[in-house]
Design a protein around this ligand. Structure first.
Ligand code: MN
Ligand code: MN
Length: 469
């Protein structure tokens, strides 16, 4: 055995005064690392079950019901001890439990994340055939790099509301044996001109047409034979006609399953980590909490990728209405309740990538496997559009994490003026609620297949669990 050398005075002072980010795997016990790998399995099953906001909400409600939660409608009576979920139009959900604490003094603990993800939405009049192929016209949803969505297997998910008002669910491409769908690209042999274009223009928005068929309908008298054969299948399966696309919400999403990445299985590759990698920890933290004192809400919202707009996005008043309803039902002043409430607004952040070091400032970037990442502020160009959490609130969260052994780090999205982005934190903060951003660092964010570290997913769960406790 090597003899342990006694530390010098300088080394001891270094230990005391210097801050160093720590890798979860290096500071965690074997038991905790085992728990982390177990937790990741649940997350991966959640990913595969919910690829759109509707599916993620349905899965969340199933999980809440299993944990004893029942449905709540705005204005219903409530009492301490109640465990409820509020379903907002099948596209966003609030899962909440009411504690015995004085709400006006202790407020509500909120963990909020979004369940929509970048994807390729089908247009309202999409179907056409050309040169032996039948396609759907699309309009992409959220900030994507369009060239990444060509030449990969796609699944079709969503709903169609038929002329008589019946809603049909569509989910094709994920089950073994299912067909998949496809967006064409140019072969490199003829791609000389395309290769000269800037990356952002190599594939145009109108080039993202989803190939859905190639079999002509057997009737010489029909003009568009492939289109008719596709429609006949849709009619048989869903009772659809072409006109029913007018009232449909269909999305093409990557047909990949979540997979372990790396020989050591430390990472997860999947479509839609942003932001289901934060929504799963937020949801499980609230569902797993057995405490009876704290009132907590897990808020899973829609439309973040297009600005949190609409009546299912974080900007909608309904989430504030919910806090008002909870306050009133328990005989509390909602203004006082909001002022005493606190929120961890949870969204992914950019993970430092040595392959693209130029866009990062390493000292203030999230490093893979160094834990859940807090963004004190987001925004772009001089913190524009950010709610910027206070040092006091950050200090409070920091103390809580230190006391509970949570592996965490701070993060800025990238170099100053390299770009930027915002999320839902500012819409919660606007309600007079102390809010800070906290989430999982992601490699290749918004790509059809994104990467995260299991350590960071688990650390985010741990952070939320102690916050709502
Ligand atoms: Mn996000
Ligand atoms: Mn995003």
């Amino acid at each position: 055995m090597a003899e342990e050398k006694e530390k010098t005075q300088g080394q001891l002072l270094e230990e005391k005064l210097l801050y160093k980010k720590k890798n979860f795997f290096e500071i965690s016990s074997k038991e905790e690392i085992d728990q982390m790998y177990e937790y990741a399995k649940g997350y991966m099953a959640y990913l595969d079950a919910g690829k759109t906001e509707r599916e993620a909400v349905a899965v969340a409600i199933e999980m809440a019901k299993k944990a004893g939660y029942t449905e709540y409608k705005l204005g219903d009576a409530l009492k301490a001890g109640d465990k409820k979920y509020f379903n907002n139009r099948d596209k966003s959900v609030a899962v909440f439990k009411l504690g015995t604490n004085d709400l006006e003094k202790d407020g509500v603990r909120i963990v909020a994340a979004h369940v929509d993800a970048p994807r390729i939405d089908i247009k309202q009049n999409p179907l056409y055939e050309d040169s032996g192929m039948c396609f759907l016209k699309t309009h992409y949803y959220g900030g994507i790099k369009k060239y990444q969505w060509t030449a990969i297997p796609l699944a079709l998910h969503g709903v169609v509301v038929l002329a008589d008002g019946t809603r049909k669910e569509v989910k094709v491409g994920d089950q073994p044996g299912d067909p998949v769908f496809y967006i064409n690209d140019i072969l490199p042999h003829l791609g000389r001109e395309q290769a000269q274009k800037p990356l952002g223009q190599a594939i145009a928005g109108e080039d993202l047409n989803v190939l859905v068929g190639g079999l002509p309908y057997a009737d010489e008298n029909v003009k568009e034979k492939i289109k008719l054969s596709v429609l006949s299948i849709l009619n048989e399966k869903y009772g659809m006609t072409e006109e029913d696309f007018l009232s449909a919400e269909l999305s093409a999403v990557p047909a990949f399953d979540a997979r372990d990445v790396g020989f050591d299985r430390a990472l997860i590759g999947a479509y839609g980590h942003d932001d289901r990698v934060c929504s799963y920890p937020a949801l499980t933290a609230v569902l797993d909490d057995n405490g009876t004192e704290r009132t907590s809400i897990c808020l899973l919202v829609d439309k973040e990728e297009i600005g949190s707009e609409g009546n299912t996005g974080a900007q909608c008043d309904v989430y504030n209405d919910l806090i008002t309803c909870i306050s009133k039902a328990l005989g509390c002043n909602e203004i006082k309740v909001r002022a005493a409430s606190k929120c961890l607004s949870s969204d992914v952040t950019a993970c430092y990538d040595p392959n693209f070091a130029g866009v990062f400032e390493k000292k203030n970037s999230a490093i893979l496997s160094c834990g859940t990442a807090m963004c004190k502020f987001t925004g772009s160009g001089g913190k524009g559009g950010s709610s910027d959490a206070s040092a006091e609130f950050v200090g409070e969260v920091r103390k809580l994490f230190a006391e509970n052994n949570v592996c965490w780090q701070t993060s800025e999205l990238g170099r100053v003026d390299a770009g930027g982005g915002g999320t839902i934190a500012k819409y919660v903060a606007k309600l007079n609620i102390d809010t800070v951003d906290m989430g999982v660092p992601v490699i290749s964010m918004h790509a059809p297949y994104e990467l995260v570290s299991k350590a960071d997913v688990y650390s985010t769960y741990k952070a939320f669990a102690v916050f709502v406790k």
